[in-house]
Design a protein around this ligand. Structure first.
Ligand SMILES: CC(C)(COP(=O)(O)OP(=O)(O)OC[C@H]1O[C@@H](n2cnc3c(N)ncnc32)[C@H](O)[C@@H]1OP(=O)(O)O)[C@@H](O)C(=O)NCCC(=O)NCCS
Length: 218
């Protein structure tokens, strides 16, 4: 499903349950020691997805451990992203020459809990969501905004290695499955991304967002 909203060059793998997680490398298993079974299963399934995506790039299985800020440390020359929510796990990977920044997020296609939208949306974004909700009532636009910002954060962080708050990005949706994010953090690190283009999809009770920045191919 997620491959529908990814550009060429990005390999993806997804799972809708934890029935066939690949075995973990010892370093990964050590990380999950003492964690709740639900988290271990989710982590293992996401790693299985990541290894399938890396295999699609011709790369051998290797441990995928968290680095700075919790972002996974992908093999050299590779960018990638992981998401999990109830009923869905996915991982994507691409050669950094082809795609320089990559972020994905999945959420249940349900309205945000009361009070959350005020924490993630500006007044302008809320007004835009109200217009979209009136014209396209079948989409949970508030949850979609939250998801898009999570995908943006996952693409931003490996490049910037710095926190990005919900107020630091202005996200605008097209009802036809795309969005843009303009970033305006205070004191952005030199060379950090200033904008992202994204895509979204709602299907089977899930809502998926992706962000991918094309590379030069070199
Ligand atoms: C980190 C965060 C984005 C994860 O999103 P989530 O919806 O809670 O959870 P998901 O299951 O979709 O994603 C979890 C995966 O994100 C990845 N991740 C965690 N921190 C990350 C980071 N700093 N950068 C990139 N990816 C990260 C990990 O792969 C993690 O899975 P793993 O622990 O099994 O490896 C979220 O918890 C968070 O901290 N958000 C606040 C920051 C933010 O979103 N700002 C908005 C900017 S516009």
């Amino acid at each position: 499903m997620i491959e529908e909203i990814l550009p060429p060059g990005v390999r993806s793998s997804e799972a809708f349950d934890d029935l066939a997680p690949a075995p973990l490398f010892p370093e990964e298993a050590a990380l999950m020691a003492g964690r709740r079974e639900r988290r271990r299963a989710q982590f293992a399934t996401a790693r299985a997805c990541a290894r399938r995506s890396l295999a699609g790039l011709g790369l051998a299985p290797a441990p995928l451990l968290p680095g700075a800020g919790g972002a996974p440390r992908w093999p050299a020359g590779v960018v990638g992203s992981i998401t999990h929510c109830d009923g869905y796990r996915a991982a994507v990977a691409a050669r950094a020459a082809e795609v320089t920044a990559l972020g994905i997020d999945a959420e249940p296609a349900e309205p945000l809990p009361r009070g959350v939208l005020g924490l993630v949306a500006s007044e302008d974004e809320r007004a835009a969501l109200e217009r979209l909700s009136a014209e396209h009532p079948g989409v949970c636009w508030d949850r979609l905004l939250f998801s898009a910002k999570e995908a943006v954060y996952k693409a931003w962080y490996p490049a910037a290695e710095r926190w990005l708050g919900f107020a630091d990005a202005d996200v605008r949706f097209s009802p036809h499955g795309t969005f843009t994010a303009r970033l305006h953090p205070t004191e952005p690190p030199p060379g950090a991304p200033t904008a992202f283009e994204g895509r979204w999809l709602v299907r089977e009770g899930l809502l998926l967002t992706t962000v991918a920045t094309p590379g030069t191919g070199e």
